[in-house]
Design a binder for this molecule. Structure first.
Ligand code: C5P
Length: 298
């Protein structure tokens, strides 16, 4: 990840990597309304950065391309909720802290920015406060903050089921050269779920012992994101975003999460960087980021 910006001046720093749903199948719905999902997830070598320092009183500062957008949320963001939740558990050890968030990822964009920030806050504050929690306790704390926060604690390739809390590491998933593309239209996740027509779609089924990029690419191509049709209804630019990635030579283009970010998988890093530059030229007001995803073997 690029070493830049304010967060690096802080004693404890954490990366909040962008989360990418290579596939997302909606397989059912729980009695409480939450949907059952099968997700194939990887993480990008780009994201937000957070810094943590002891302070006289709690302070929260923001920088980065999307920092200003978040500043207007009246303090309801997931970083502060994660800090407050962990503090309830820690009690007296939890001295005041200055948290800085370098917000490089677009807000409400389907690549887990808020969830990754919350997970990074839990990790960073545990380091700063010199504490640890048993894995299960930490995972259930994370789940209280959002369905995607437990997987962002892992930040490595995985399959998640349930509402996102049943996690299985995926050591064989290779790295991919990618471009993330977003028309900078925020998408409301509850609204996309509301527009979803079929809630009992076929489960994600991957052949055992998939090896190599070609085999994985074919498996991903055969899977789906069931939230893409309802998200395209809500935000027509999503269709154009995926089409632009394909026109730039992406081997596969799909929406991540509940959108609007789409990812394109490219043959190699040079092709991804070239495509990102061309897309930026065509739509300077949109978000395009060339990145490499991390491999399961890391
Ligand atoms: O957990 P999170 O805050 O990310 O979820 C936002 C909203 O998305 C939920 O309130 C719910 O309406 C919807 N959702 C869902 N099923 C999931 C995850 C989210 O219906 N598995």
């Amino acid at each position: 990840m690029p070493e830049e910006g304010l967060a690096d001046a802080f004693g404890v720093t954490e990366e909040a990597r962008a989360k990418i749903n290579l596939a997302l199948h909606v397989t059912g719905q729980r009695a409480d309304g939450y949907h059952l999902l099968d997700m194939l997830v990887t993480f990008a070598d780009c994201g937000d950065r957070l810094g943590f320092l002891p302070a006289q009183a709690d302070v929260f500062t923001l920088s980065g391309r999307f920092g200003e957008t978040l500043a207007g949320d009246g303090g309801t963001n997931l970083v502060l909720r994660a800090r407050d939740l962990l503090r309830e558990v820690v009690g007296g050890l939890a001295f005041p802290v200055h948290i800085h968030l370098e917000k490089n990822l677009p807000i409400a964009s389907g690549i887990g920015g808020g969830s990754a920030d919350a997970a990074a806050t839990l990790r960073g504050l545990m380091r700063l406060w010199g504490m640890s929690l048993p894995v299960e306790a930490l995972a259930s704390l994370a789940l209280k903050l959002g369905a995607d926060v437990p997987m962002c604690l892992e930040s490595r390739p995985l399959i998640a089921r349930g509402i996102g809390e049943q996690i299985e590491a995926l050591r064989d998933l290779p790295a991919f050269a990618m471009v993330l593309a977003n028309p900078l239209k925020g998408v409301s996740t509850p609204e996309v779920f509301r527009r979803l027509k079929a809630k009992d779609n076929p489960a994600l089924s991957l052949a055992p012992n998939l090896h190599g990029r070609g085999a994985w690419l074919a498996a991903i191509a055969a899977a789906r994101n069931d939230l893409e049709p309802p998200a395209r209804d809500a935000v027509p630019e999503i269709a154009a975003t995926a089409a632009m990635l394909l026109a730039q030579g992406a081997l596969l283009a799909r929406m991540s999460g509940s959108g609007a970010t789409c990812f394109g998988i490219f043959a190699d890093t040079a092709a991804a960087q070239q495509a990102a530059a061309a897309l930026h030229e065509a739509r300077p007001d949109w978000y395009f980021q060339a990145t490499e995803t991390i491999s399961g073997g890391m």
